[in-house]
Design a binder for this molecule. Structure first.
Ligand code: ATP
Length: 223
């Protein structure tokens, strides 16, 4: 049976979306020969505190990125659920909608390290491949020894260095992409904007303009 083209899926809080999301995923997609990546903002992330902008605003920012970069399209599925969704639920729904396509789920190295804390994480590799983008350790926590052991074991069983195998099977591989380390986080951007800075090197101009227009993350005195 020949498979349909592989689809990428990249989820996050995206509060706001920034170059640390966009640049590594674009580089990784090119490396693994992927033509389409869905950008999917979380409704209420299971692992973090509530986002500071509304779901609609985060989706608006994502749509602007999709207008600029044709690789991406907006995927509102999690927001439309209007409830907490775990990655396993999202991936099952995505699999139902794309039964014949390999699914490449993009994560940063920090997310790979915390994978063992995700709900029903053992089943995820039955649903998708993981494409792991490098993330600078400056913006992330160091993994515990136990996490390192689990991740090493996962890589031993599932890692592939051949991107063709991601297109030959629906799920089950982990590919460590050679991506640029972009030392940016949404937390850092929110903090800089709240201090009155304009961190134009960290995110696309169209997103900064949206943030300014909607007065997101601004110092209290500006609101
Ligand atoms: P926050 O600072 O609010 O925690 P964040 O910048 O970490 O946000 P998320 O929306 O939580 O961004 O991240 C979504 C996904 O993007 C995760 O898989 C994360 O590992 C990845 N990611 C975020 N920033 C980077 C970066 N600078 N480089 C590589 N991957 C990143």
């Amino acid at each position: 049976m020949s498979l349909a083209p592989a689809i990428g899926l990249f989820g996050g809080t995206f509060d706001p979306i920034h170059n640390g999301h966009i640049e590594p995923v674009m580089a990784a997609a090119k490396q693994v020969n992927l033509q389409t990546v869905a950008l999917m903002p979380n409704y209420l992330p299971a692992h973090k505190a509530q986002a500071m902008s509304s779901s609609a605003q985060r989706l608006d920012m994502i749509k602007r990125v999709c207008d600029t970069y044709p690789l991406f399209y907006p995927e509102p599925w999690e927001i439309e659920q209007a409830r907490v969704t775990y990655s396993v639920d999202t991936l099952s729904a995505f699999r139902d909608r794309h039964p014949n396509s390999p699914i490449c789920f993009f994560i940063g190295t920090d997310s790979l390290n915390s994978l063992p804390t995700w709900h029903r994480w053992e089943t995820l590799l039955n649903l998708c491949h993981f494409i792991v983008c490098k993330r600078s350790s400056e913006t992330t926590k160091k993994p515990t020894t136990e996490q390192q052991k689990i991740v090493a074991d996962l890589l031993r069983k599932h890692q592939t260095t051949e991107h063709a195998s991601l297109h030959r099977t629906l799920a089950g591989h982990i590919y460590l992409a050679d991506t640029p380390e972009v030392n940016v986080s949404s937390t850092k951007i929110r903090a800089l904007i709240a201090q009155g800075y304009r961190p134009h090197e960290m995110l696309p101009e169209s997103i900064l303009q949206y943030i300014e227009y909607t007065k997101l993350y601004q110092p209290k005195s500006n609101i």
